[in-house]
Design a protein around this ligand. Structure first.
Ligand code: ADP
Ligand code: MG
Length: 520
């Protein structure tokens, strides 16, 4: 150390001699590293009298070890007050006084200085490096901002819609119809039923454009039933309840057939489900098919019989209304605006709806066939659908039915009607004891499994010729006695001796008259 000092003093003198000065040098050289002139990595810098050579230890963040490591740098402080202050660490940011040491007693004196390094107690990551860490916060902040913006947009949208509806309501004086319906001669206070009555005088339904508009304006409320071909929803059209059957995408043919049948001229009848509109939309693989009808809150006859018992007169009302509906369906009406005869081909308690007035309405025409006597043609629907096995007539099960004979289809309907009458009669009380009614049961509940196969039904109905049991208690009640006779004539093995729907309607009507006379 002393030798090197000597050498440096000598070289200083030497250099001064070289520059022609004979006095003690006034310029001092310092070792520099990290603070060199001209951006050199290491070298020498010069100070004048009063200047200071310095060595400083700074902490540098090492991303490999994730810690601060000491690093010593060297350089010159100028000969002024600042230099001195800097030597005390006052003017050097993040540098404590102990981390810097100064000297000026010989050239490169600072090379031998080792300023103390005070280790940080914190392992905090430098703020510049923290930026990457703050990225999730920035993303989070941006997402929250976007969410708030979307939320405000939705509120604005809902508000605008609400305002528009309010205006519409005011505009139509509290009524439910949009302006476009004013030009189709609608009465100012009419309900949907009256509206249909007015604009479909021929009985073939509303104009297609109107149907489509109605379909678009319906709000779906909740699902009320599921069949094999679609799901039925409760919907609302300007506040009025409607039933919306949404067909499964594969059931386009069923939708088509049912819509076609409902739009048949003179199809409207009190005991046939009231058709309102049909709509189909979508392209390619996705199609939505809707059928909008009157809504009956009691649901299907099947549902109704689960938790309601009937008295003889309500049984009569129900039974004769179904017979009336079926008779209207089966009957051909002649004339220019005539109606073809229609066979239902899927009569069962799940396809009959119970109206509020205690009557019934026949529904689900996805399998129906039409017949016009002058052409003698039956248009059997092109769909694969077949009736419900449990309700299939023996001639359908053993395939002896002549499907080209319309009469045969009507007779098969009559067989199914016989089973429906039996389901209802079981739930009828005898005397005034509610408990006298039998539990609800499906036809053949006691001889086939819950989801019978074609073969199961064939064996029971066609081969063994079994029919539902008629309980003895029915003999104690006139209506039930008469009904039991009617149903047995309906489910006769020989189709040609079965009663017609008109006959059943008349017989039940007569019975109704007789009982009301008795009651009076
Ligand atoms: P699918 O062709 O799929 O058998 P349906 O037309 O028979 O469909 O309807 C299925 C079920 O939906 C019915 O059994 C009944 O419970 C309910 N339903 C159908 N139409 C109405 C309606 N207009 N009002 C109330 N319930 C209905
Ligand atoms: Mg059905």
């Amino acid at each position: 150390m002393a030798d090197s000092r000597k050498l440096e003093v000598q070289s200083a003198i030497f250099s001064n001699l070289e520059s022609g000065l004979s006095y003690v040098q006034t310029v001092r050289r310092c070792y520099c590293e990290g603070h060199c002139p001209n951006e050199e990595p290491t070298g020498t810098c010069e100070i004048k009298q009063g200047g200071q050579c310095f060595a400083a230890t700074v902490e540098v963040w090492d991303p490999d070890t994730n810690t601060y490591e000491p690093e010593v740098t060297y350089g010159c402080f100028p000969a002024d007050e600042r230099g001195l202050l800097q030597c005390k660490g006052y003017l050097v940011p993040h540098l404590q006084s102990k981390s810097i040491a100064c000297c000026n007693d010989y050239d490169h004196c600072n090379k031998n200085l080792t300023p103390q390094y005070e280790e940080r107690t914190t392992t905090e990551v430098p703020s510049i490096l923290k930026q990457s860490d703050s990225l999730p916060y920035i993303v989070c902040l941006a997402s929250v901002t976007v969410c708030i913006a979307i939320f405000l947009l939705i509120i604005a949208f809902v508000f605008v819609r609400y305002r528009r509806k309010e205006e519409q309501r005011k505009h139509y004086g509290g009524k439910r119809y949009p302006e476009k319906y004013n030009n189709i001669d609608m009465l100012p206070n009419s309900t949907l039923a009256q509206f249909i009555e007015q604009s479909s005088g021929s009985g073939s339904g509303l104009p297609l454009l109107v149907q489509r508009t109605i379909a678009k304006q319906i709000q779906m409320v909740h699902s009320i039933g599921k069949g094999r071909y679609g799901e039925v929803w409760l919907g609302r059209w300007w506040g009025e309840k409607v039933a919306v059957k949404v067909f499964f995408t594969t059931e386009e043919q069923s939708w088509f057939r049912e819509t076609e049948i409902y739009q048949t001229v003179l199809m409207r009848h009190d005991n046939i489900l009231g058709f309102i509109a049909a709509d189909i939309k979508g392209t390619g693989s996705w199609t939505q098919m809707l059928l909008i009808t009157q809504y009956h809150e009691n649901g299907s006859l099947y549902d109704y019989l689960q938790d309601h018992v009937l008295d003889p007169s309500s049984l009569l009302v129900m039974a004769s209304s179904i017979a009336a509906g079926l008779s209207h369906l089966h009957t051909e009406i002649f004339g220019t605006k005539g109606k073809p005869a229609i066979a239902h081909r899927d009569i069962k308690s799940k396809n009959v709806l119970v109206k509020r007035n205690g009557e019934c309405a026949i529904a689900d025409f996805g399998l129906a066939v039409k017949y016009l006597s002058d052409t003698n043609e039956i248009d059997v629907p092109p769909n694969e659908r077949s009736g419900t096995k449990r309700y299939m007539a023996p001639e359908v099960l053993d395939n002896s039915i002549n499907i080209n004979s319309f009469e045969a289809h009507k007779m098969a309907d009559m067989y199914s009607l016989g089973l429906v009458l039996w389901e209802m009669a079981r739930r009828c009380i005898t005397g005034d004891k509610i408990t006298s009614a039998d539990e609800y049961a499906l036809p053949y509940h006691d001889c086939v499994p819950s989801d019978p196969s074609f073969e199961d039904m064939l064996q029971v109905v066609s081969v063994k010729k079994i029919r539902p049991q008629v309980p003895l208690r029915w003999d104690t009640e006139d209506v039930l006695q008469a009904m039991s006779k009617i149903m047995q004539e309906c489910w006769h093995a020989n189709p040609s001796v079965r009663l017609t729907a008109l006959r059943v309607k008349k017989s039940l009507g007569k019975l109704n008259l007789d009982t009301s006379i008795k009651i009076v």
